[in-house]
Ligand binder design. Sequence first.
Ligand SMILES: [Zn+2]
Length: 511
Amino acid sequence: VYVGLFLVGPVKKSMRSQCFSSTLIGVEAHLVGVEVVISSGLPGLTVVGLPDTAVTEAGARVRSALKLTGVNLPPRRMVVNLSPADLRKSGAGFDLALALGLLEALGEIPAGCLAHTLVVGELSLGGEVRRVRGVVSYLALAASTTALRRIVVPFEQVAGLPRWDGVDVVGVSTLEQAIQYCRGEWIPVAAGVVPTQGPSRGTDLAEVRGQDLAKLALEIAAAGGHHLAMVGPPGCGKSLLASCLPGLLPPLTDAEEREVAVISSVCEEEQLLLQRPFRSPGSVISPSALLGSFRPGEVTRAHRGVLFLDEFPEFRRDALESLRLVLEEGQVRVSRARFQTTYPAHFTLICAMNPCPCGMASVPGEVCQCSSRQVARYRGKLSGPLLDRLDLLVGLHRVPLSELHDRPVSESSQCVAQRVGQAREIQMLRGCLNRDLSGDPLFSYLNWSRADQKFALEVGDSTRLSMRAFQKWLRVARTLADLEGTDGVSKQHLLVARSLRVTLGSGEQAA
Ligand SMILES: [Zn+2]
């Protein structure tokens, strides 16, 4: 009791300030109150409220930055309290808020000038304001918090930020500039410049010669959100085709663009991504890098875009197993010691594989070196629960050069994207993408004739389709009808849909 009384001491001359900063958990920014109290007592600067090492070390950086900016901290007791107390605070983004909070408490900047303001920025020892990770998440927080009207961020991160209503962005490059801003001596140039990113949306479909069936599969995948597998020998253009998909999808809505920008900023991508992502991780990727841990994984970086897994059977089994749940839920739940978060992960999956381990099975003029057992094991990787999520499974073959030469140039991505957009609009009237249709809703939306229904059931029975595989077939047929803008699914749609589902031996039976 005695020690406590001594340390608290007389609080008559205490000075205080209150401002706001934020800490990141996953891709979400959480509001943190920064309260500074300066009182007589043992001189020193203490940060309390569950700070991590980087936050604790803020004291040294802030002291040095202030000194070089011309402010010497008085030999008094300075306590910085970060609230809420039970939220773990991490990163160096508190530096600027800490410095400004101290200055306000000392009366160096006007009292109350930081009300309604979120402050994030790391300080160098010399007083420069350095970039922070996840700046778009902080912007999202400022925009969604009614008590906040502006956000102070590192100047170098202002350019390229997506537009956000209801919040002013102030970019400062030094602590001195931030002080001048608070004193009203410096007015920032209008921020929130709308960035324009070029049409670098992957490969254009017109650049790919031949492979008409695969192109149709891509169009259907784009229109109905269906996940897709491509099976074909090396060099038949699977990667090239996959990279066309982002360009076939409709442009991001404002809300989607913000989601993508948030993830991009948390992943510290050099340039903020504001279009549909295309991610193609290598097969040696670990499950945590694929699914995410303390930082978002590839499935989240592909959010609202495309995840392409080339050489699919080479991926680790446990990684693929977990992928199934992600496809089902559209999100990833991460749970580590003291770290729980949920990452968004809505994407279209494209898997590519060779027909066998050596890749030469069913290639004219080539001899496959694999045993039937090897082939079965290889194809088996695509079987089971993950295969259930893939509505489209197309077989590709190498197009002979002579044939390539004669081919007419096919439709551009722009043409196809227009149809895709219309097909998506039709689906939105029903409430969901065709990928997510099953059971009674699926059957009720087919609007097919009795004859076509009979035809489908007969084919289903004669080829021993499971109910799951049968529904996949119908889903794809529904998307074909939507691409045409017709109300009912016809026999023609069913026949085309059937050709977009190759059999993979034992693997296919599992579906
Ligand atoms: Zn082989």
